[in-house]
Design a protein around this ligand. Structure first.
Ligand SMILES: [Fe+2]
Length: 309
């Protein structure tokens, strides 16, 4: 039994357009509420982000209210906590890594590839979301591709075309140093949304940088994002980063793809710099210091003070 189920007629949409999927991860021992509470306590502090779930699609980053509970308690009390939580990079734990590999290999086979690597799925990561009833994840985009599998409760993802620059302008596409995830949103956008209403067992494929916002239904909800980056995604990410740095220096850049040679120079420079930094990113303390050094203290915005007992 494959963990991710993809209809044959949907495979042709991959990787350029979103489509609904089904999955067989309900009740998996790594994804019960108890397992997720334990997981929240095991991950490094910078891999557990949580705040109040009482947000709007256009919530200003500086106005996001905090939740004063320890991570395990947010999960255990999710029915009443009015909270939204993401457990990041669960692939850093071997059992979750195996689960993700199995899911992606199966999905790749369903789309006619021998395995995930052959389907261009590299740098895979796992993110698990736990949210109280009526929680909103504001409008944003992710710089990776995603099989989003819904595990508990009701959830709707409102997805928007990533080629529509009237929704997200080119500077907002860039990976701006210290940039908060939330993007500018107005209700008039909504007529252009493709809405995926999900019950447990449902999911969707979300392509690279397709903007979206998410709301949960009348009870607590859990989902997992199984993500990866293709070589093209990695290249675009480095261009969006370099373009943001150059824009900040007063030298705004054309969108990726307009100047191929100049794009190649930027990607080469970025790749060399990144390789030099990579060995320092293995510890949480160094990751925190590097973020502050390069992006300013706001880049560590999701750290909070130690919760009150
Ligand atoms: Fe997202």
């Amino acid at each position: 039994m494959e963990l991710i189920v993809i209809d044959k007629d949907k495979a042709a949409l991959f990787p350029h357009r979103p489509f609904a999927i089904r999955h067989n991860l309900i009740g998996h021992p790594l994804l019960t509420l108890d397992a997720l509470a334990a997981l929240a306590g095991r991950l490094d502090a910078d891999r557990v982000e949580y705040n109040s779930g009482k947000l709007r699609p256009n919530q200003r980053p500086e106005d996001v209210p905090a939740v004063n509970l320890a991570p395990e308690d947010v999960v255990r009390r999710i029915e009443t906590a009015d909270a939204w939580m993401v457990l990041k990079n669960v692939e850093t734990l071997p059992e979750y890594r195996r689960l993700i590999e199995e899911a992606l290999d199966g999905a790749a086979r369903a789309m006619g590839y021998p395995d995930a690597r052959a389907a261009g799925m590299l740098d895979f990561e796992g993110f698990i979301f736990v949210a109280s009833a009526l929680a909103v994840t504001p409008f944003h985009m992710d710089y990776e591709e995603n099989f989003f599998v819904h595990l508990a409760g009701d959830k709707a993802m409102h997805v928007f075309d990533n080629s529509d620059r009237t929704l997200v302008r080119e500077p907002e596409m860039e990976i701006y140093p210290g940039k908060h995830r939330n993007l500018y949103y107005e209700p008039a956008f909504e007529s252009r949304a493709q809405v995926f209403e999900m019950k447990p067992g449902d999911g969707l494929f979300l392509p690279y940088t397709w903007p979206h916002w998410v709301r949960t239904g009348n009870r607590w909800a859990a989902s997992m994002a199984i993500t990866w980056k293709s070589k093209r995604d990695v290249r675009l990410n480095s261009l969006y980063f370099v373009n943001a740095v150059l824009r900040k220096a007063g030298w705004a850049q054309p969108a990726p793809g307009r100047h191929k040679v100049w794009d190649a120079v930027k990607v080469g420079g970025y790749t060399a710099a990144r390789a030099a930094i990579e060995p320092f990113r293995r510890s949480e303390g160094m990751r925190r210091r590097l973020r502050a050094l390069f992006f300013g203290r706001k880049a560590n915005y999701y750290y909070r003070e130690t919760p009150q007992p």
